[in-house]
Ligand binder design. Structure first.
Ligand code: MN
Length: 289
C-alpha cells in the first residue's frame, strides 16, 4: 500500500547561522515538526548550496558539547573538518558521511576545511541529529567516518542514478553505518526520469528532503528544498525525478521514550539535563582548545 503524504513543507523563509560557517535552514523541529512526531530524528539543518567567498580566517563553529544522541553530517559540496575531545579529527569531503555518537558526552569543533576555506566555493551539507534509546545514552563517544568510496550503494538500471545506503536497508542492500535503533538513511541521486520504488514500515516516521532538483513523490510534486513528511500509513514510496535530483530519505522506528532537550543535550528527564550541564561545566566531557 502506498505511503500517504502528511504534508509538503517549503523551505523555511530565513536561514540561520551556526557559528559563521554553516548557513542553515532548519526543518526539524523548526517547521513545526515536533521531536516526538519525527522520532528518532531530533533536528535537521540544511545548508542549501551557498557560495562562501575565500577566507584566510577559517569559518565554522567553535568548541561545543553534545550528549545523549548522534550527529550525522552529510557533505554534498565543500569540505568540513572536525576535531574532538577524544583526540579524533578528520575531514568530511563531498560524498562522505560522518556519523558521530555523542553518547555520554563529547566536545568538538566543526569548521571549513582549510584549503576549502582559502579558496572558497559552493558549500552544501546536511546535519541530522538522531536520538539514542535511553539504554544507549551513556555509550562512550565515538564516530563512524564513511567515505564516498566505502559507501554501500545501489546503482539503478540504465544509468538512471544511484542510492547511497548510509544506514538501514534499501531494497535488500545494507547500509554502511551501524545504528542503535532501526534507522534508514538514503542519499538518492536520480537523473531526469530516473525512478526508485522502496518499501518502509508504516510505523516508521519517514520524510524526504529535496536537496536539489524536483521530483514526483507518490504522485505529488516536491520542489527543490521542500520537505515531504509522510503519515504513518502505508509502506510504498515511488520517487520519479522530473529533473536531475538529489534527495535525502530518512525513516526510523519511533523510540517512544520521553524527550528532555536542552540545546546540545538530549536526555529523557529534566533531572538528567541538569546532570549533563553539571558534567559539562565540571569538565567531564574532556578538554578541547
Ligand atoms: Mn556539533
Amino acid at each position: 500500500m502506498k505511503k500517504e503524504i502528511d504534508r509538503i513543507i517549503a523551505k523555511p523563509s530565513q536561514p540561520g547561522m551556526v557559528g559563521d560557517g554553516f548557513r542553515v535552514y532548519n526543518y526539524i523541529p523548526g517547521a513545526n515538526i515536533s521531536q516526538q512526531r519525527i522520532s528518532p530524528f531530533l533536528l535537521l539543518d540544511f545548508n542549501a548550496e551557498f557560495n562562501f567567498g575565500p577566507s584566510e580566517r577559517i569559518r565554522g563553529v567553535g568548541v561545543h558539547p553534545h550528549k545523549g544522541f548522534e550527529t550525522v553530517t552529510i557533505a554534498y559540496k565543500g569540505s568540513v573538518a572536525h576535531n574532538d575531545s577524544s583526540g579524533s579529527s578528520g575531514v568530511i569531503n563531498p560524498g562522505d558521511v560522518q556519523w558521530m555518537t555523542a553518547g555520554s558526552g563529547i566536545l568538538h569543533k566543526e569548521y571549513h576545511e582549510q584549503e576549502f576555506s582559502k579558496k572558497g566555493g559552493p558549500f552544501e551539507m546536511v546535519q541530522l541529529w538522531v536520538n539514542l534509546p535511553k539504554k544507549d545514552k551513556s555509550t562512550p563517544a565515538h564516530y563512524q567516518a564513511i567515505t564516498k568510496d566505502q559507501m554501500n550503494k545501489v546503482e539503478l538500471p540504465g544509468d538512471k542514478g544511484v542510492v547511497n545506503v548510509i544506514a538501514g536497508t534499501f531494497n535488500g542492500v545494507k547500509g554502511s553505518a551501524q545504528t542503535y535503533s532501526p534507522v534508514n538513511l538514503f542519499d538518492i541521486k536520480l537523473k531526469k526520469d530516473g525512478e526508485v520504488v522502496t518499501n518502509l514500515p508504516s510505523g516508521y516516521n519517514t520524510a524526504i528532503l529535496v536537496i536539489n532538483g524536483k521530483a514526483e513523490i507518490n504522485g505529488k510534486v516536491a520542489n527543490e528544498h521542500s520537505f515531504v513528511l509522510f503519515e504513518n500509513i502505508g509502506e510504498e514510496i515511488t520517487i520519479k525525478a522530473a529533473e536531475d535530483s538529489v534527495l535525502l530519505l530518512m525513516s526510523g522506528e519511533p523510540l517512544n521514550e520521553p524527550i528532555a532537550s536542552y540545546g546540545p543535550f538530549v536526555m529523557n528527564t529534566e533531572e538528567e539535563i541538569m546532570e549533563s550541564i553539571e558534567e559539562f561545566q565540571s569538565g567531564k566531557f574532556g578538554v578541547l582548545n
